[in-house]
Design a protein around this ligand. Structure first.
Ligand SMILES: *Cc1c(COP(=O)(O)O)cnc(C)c1O
Length: 344
């Protein structure tokens, strides 16, 4: 099986943890493991002092928690939407009846930062919701520039780093991001089922709302002080997370990102040789989104028959290949070759 999706090919060492018996979790040992996961995650996202909320749910739950229990306390929210994940922020706001305005960014284009500055200066949002990498198009946004604009108006910056974490450099404190959301099956390359909200000290001092019971921020923070979650955690996933975070700590995030970047650049070179345009103006290392000549869904379907998984895109003749899992130039060269044979 070849996986160029989320997650990608997972290391055997991590997978085998999933085959073991599951220890009871209301113990001091499990609490210590959760606290260590928190410390490692804070270090790896570059948050010197803050807290990490752990949810047994996919990444959207982390976004949901932020909107239901934090953004809902505000009256002026700005959503930056450049694709389906940006619009998900808006859908969440609409779902919880949180008033928001949307700054739209065309598909695969860079943000017009001058226009965004004007919008922020006029609207003075209390909170801005955005993605670091809009996974539907492959476009990476400049968090430093967004943060600079937010600082002028004291706007709290919430960044969805679900698909940029461990693919593109990110440092929460240096970039001035106040809340970051991430999940297990993208950069961490773990099975799906865990998501995280990183809250900076600035936000921890604020008041939270209580519009989502399971995801309630205050209740989760209270339990976290003793290294626990209020409800049954996906224990196995926590054990896999812990092993993975230790591994990342030993290797260093820069070295992991460099490997992902090399794979991305290698595959983009194959795209160039085959005449497949990559529409993203400033592509993330996480995925390569590219246009083929024939029906993308047909290519996707043919590859499935050989247990090769890539992602069909939201627009015609558009395919996405993820670079986060275990992969190398040989795998990517073979993939490009197969797609080339099917693309006629
Ligand atoms: C994957 C992803 C999510 C979360 O989607 P789930 O289906 O809940 O895992 C959110 N934002 C971005 C940018 C993503 O890539």
């Amino acid at each position: 099986m070849k996986l160029f999706v989320f997650p990608g090919v997972i290391e055997q060492r991590i997978l085998s943890i999933g085959a073991r018996q599951i220890p009871y979790m209301r113990t001091a040992a499990f609490s210590a493991l959760v606290k260590e996961c928190e410390a490692l995650l804070l270090k790896q996202v570059g948050c010197r002092s803050g807290s990490v909320l752990f949810y047994t749910a996919s990444g959207t739950a982390a976004m949901d928690a932020v909107v239901a229990n934090y953004v809902s306390t505000k009256t002026r929210t700005l959503v930056v939407a450049g694709g389906s994940f940006g619009y998900r922020w808006r859908e969440l706001c609409q779902y919880y009846r949180v008033p928001c305005e949307t700054f739209e960014v065309p598909f695969a284009r860079e943000i017009d930062y001058a226009a965004l500055e004007q919008k922020i200066t006029e609207f003075k949002p209390e909170v801005l919701l955005c993605q670091h990498h809009e996974t539907s198009s492959g476009q990476l946004y400049d968090m430093g520039r967004i943060s600079q604009l937010c600082r002028q108006t004291g706007t709290v910056l919430v960044s969805d780093i679900i698909s940029s974490f461990l693919a593109d450099p990110f440092h929460m404190d240096d970039l001035g991001v106040d809340i970051a959301v991430l999940s297990s099956q993208k950069g961490l390359n773990l099975p799906p089922g865990l998501s995280f909200v990183v809250l900076s000290e600035r936000v921890l001092k604020e008041k939270f709302a209580h519009l989502n019971f399971y995801l309630d921020i205050e209740e989760n923070l209270k339990n976290l002080t003793r290294g626990q979650t209020p409800y049954s955690p996906a224990t196995t996933l926590f054990l896999q997370l812990h092993a993975r975070l230790l591994q990342i700590d030993a290797e260093g995030t820069a070295s992991i990102i460099e490997k992902v970047r090399k794979n991305a650049l290698f595959f983009r070179e194959q795209c160039r040789r085959n005449g497949w345009p990559v529409p993203a103006e400033n592509p993330s290392n996480c995925i390569t989104g590219f246009q083929v000549r024939t029906d993308g869904y047909k290519i996707f379907g043919e590859l499935l028959k050989e247990e090769i998984y890539i992602m069909p895109g939201s627009i015609n003749n558009y395919l996405r290949v993820a670079h986060l899992g275990m992969q190398g130039p040989d795998d990517l060269a073979l993939l490009a070759d197969k797609i080339k044979q099917l693309d006629q």
